[in-house]
Design a protein around this ligand. Structure first.
Ligand SMILES: [Zn+2]
Ligand SMILES: [Zn+2]
Length: 350
């Protein structure tokens, strides 16, 4: 087994790790497993934070572009659609599944729009309350969270997992929406004449808080319930529960029927790299590369539509230039991730 404390590989029935002396018992194993679980959940929360930052900055920029001539409800719906779409992407991007990122993005967008629609009526209803702004935003983002929470369960086609995900998304969205909007209001009131950087920072912080809280609660429930897999021991392949097809230990989905495999391989069998931190940095670069590509596409579309009415020729020119820039940034980030991954592979061969 792999020592949870120092990463040393020792015999299956050793009582102590021969490298760092840790007692290898069920208890120590469980303790270190829970640390691993927490770090898994924190990675989702961190992903939610990044997505929230980019989503909020973009949606507020778009809101400003639309201008004050449009009604409040238009601003709320646009903000909800973009913010929700970015938050919905997170799970799929982390799992490197564009299909899941797309489904989550669509669901988040729908939930965000519905959340935006109910925001104003709720605000009016609670208008006597000093926290009316936070309450209405808490409800709005709980609706977005509810839709986003359904993603993983829908992909596994399991109704119980959908329900649990929906409840978790609702709670996470409510906490994030309430805290994020509360923080936003207090910062806006505190800073009377913010400069450009400070203003963007305040907007980003609101999105960061919503995304972080939503994905912390959602990640917690995904880890302990939705992605709860039966642990394999000495098996050398994963057998699908639905069609009995044999899949490799690395597989997450059945190659024959496409359903999520309900078993997980033991860590010893998976040959996990000793360079875990480097692997995480590589994954973080990959995540930001995907996120910047999504943000870039949204940004190019917004700018194109905005400029089209002023000067169509200029609109095409700027959009193409911007698309190329976004492409370069995304490729550079992805390339950085690949360099790190290649380095890990080379070191492993030594
Ligand atoms: Zn050890
Ligand atoms: Zn199958």
């Amino acid at each position: 087994m792999i020592c949870p404390s120092c990463g040393n590989v020792s015999e299956q029935n050793d009582k102590y790790c021969n490298r760092c002396g840790l007692v290898v018992s069920v208890k120590t194993q469980k303790l270190f497993d829970s640390v691993g679980t927490l770090s898994w959940i924190m990675r989702r929360a961190l992903g939610g934070m990044f997505a929230g930052i980019i989503g909020w900055i973009l949606s507020i920029a778009l809101s400003r572009t639309i201008g004050s001539s449009s009604s409040m409800i238009v601003h709320l719906v646009v903000g909800g659609a973009i913010g929700g779409a970015f938050l919905g992407n997170v799970g799929g991007i982390i799992e490197h599944s564009s299909y899941k990122a797309f489904l989550g993005g669509i669901l988040g967008c729908i939930g965000g729009i519905l959340g935006g629609l109910i925001n104003r009526p709720l605000y009016d209803y609670f208008s006597a309350h000093t926290m009316a702004y936070s309450i209405s935003h808490s409800f709005s983002w709980s609706i977005a969270g509810l839709f986003i929470g359904a993603t993983s369960g829908l992909i596994e086609k399991n109704i119980n997992k959908v329900i649990v995900g929906v409840v978790a998304g609702f709670i996470g969205g409510a906490i994030g929406g309430g805290l994020g909007s509360g923080l936003y209001v207090s910062l806006v009131l505190d800073i009377s004449r913010p400069n450009w950087i400070t203003a963007r920072f305040v907007e980003a912080i609101a999105g960061a808080v919503v995304g972080m809280n939503l994905w912390f609660v959602l990640g917690l429930v995904e880890k302990i319930y939705i992605f709860d897999r039966k642990q394999l021991r000495d098996e050398t392949e994963k057998i699908c529960d639905f069609c009995n097809a044999h899949n490799s230990l690395k597989a997450w989905y059945c190659k024959n029927c496409g359903k999520a495999l309900q078993v997980s391989a033991s860590v010893e069998k998976l040959k996990i790299t000793p360079y875990r931190s480097l692997e995480r940095i590589a994954n973080a670069f990959k995540f930001i590369s995907w996120l910047s590509a999504v943000a870039g596409v949204v940004l190019v579309i917004i700018i194109f539509i905005f400029l089209l009415f002023k000067n169509p020729f200029f609109a095409v020119f700027v959009s193409i230039a911007l698309a190329i820039l976004v492409y370069i940034i995304s490729v550079l980030l992805n390339g950085t991730s690949e360099v790190i991954t290649k380095f890990i592979k080379l070191r492993e061969l030594e």
